[in-house]
Design a protein around this ligand. Sequence first.
Ligand SMILES: [Zn+2]
Ligand SMILES: [Zn+2]
Ligand SMILES: [Zn+2]
Ligand SMILES: [Zn+2]
Length: 320
Amino acid sequence: MELPVAEPGTERGEGPLIQCPYCDSEAMHKLAQILLPGLAAVCVDGTTGDPFHSPSVVAVDLRREMVDYITQRSESFIADALIESEANQEGPDAAVPDDPFEAVSVFMDDFGSTKRNIIGHVSGWLLSDSRDDKIDDLVQEMEATRFWPLERREAVAETLLKNVDLRTRFHCPEKYESEARLADHKQQCSFRPVACPNDGCRARVSVRCARDHDAACPYKPLQCEQGCEKRLLRRDMDRHCVTVCPMRPMKCPFGCDSSFPDRDLEKHCAQFLRPHLIKVLKAIHKKARSEDELKDLALKLEKVRLLTHTFVNELNIHCF
Ligand SMILES: [Zn+2]
Ligand SMILES: [Zn+2]
Ligand SMILES: [Zn+2]
Ligand SMILES: [Zn+2]
């Protein structure tokens, strides 16, 4: 049965239309990322318990088969979705799945299930840790040997993305009669790629995604979140905040309940010298004296000024 899938613009009866080539490069990249573990899973499931084949030996053939299979599925994706919605008597809109990543994952799973051997079908295997470990190992091996380099996966991913992204959230659907008009459009196209302006970041993102990328870009220079003077890259922020930031929250080393920025430690110690002394003395004279006696003793010690912060700190080290 021929399904009435109208190509936008073709009904005008003019020459063949040229489609804008741009798509959301981050989405394409993300899709390319899931292809490798997808293939590794198929290779592992297909050879588990098979003494004659290792997963990496079957990988070459399975890669070709898998790419053919998922590409074909992506091409008939819209038709399949319409058939399903008719069968379920839903409106046409209900039929349009809007997550390309989920769609491609389903294609890969379906392909994988046709390749599973006996053990691969045994219940529990698919959820087992040893399966996950084998898949991880194979992915690492494939990455190390550049078995299926990212650039080549991205080319596959681009085709898949354009085929299954029915709501055109991740690729540009515009088509034009002439190269000249297409060229004009490309200058304005919201999917046109731009380089991330942050130093060190090599991402190229669609104009429409540039703001989202910037809000998450690891190379974006930011003011310290805890409010110290320092400007640093987003990717260094967490470490800075817990290790060297002078504003990182400290707990009092004497065990009072207050917490304060690291740089205020001395100020805090000076301010709470007496309560700290009492705590120290309590630790030394565990049972001997009453609260009042200890307060008295602290007062005397404070007056004698024998205990500087350093000394108190030392006591702290020895006594707690
Ligand atoms: Zn465009
Ligand atoms: Zn960036
Ligand atoms: Zn800081
Ligand atoms: Zn304190």
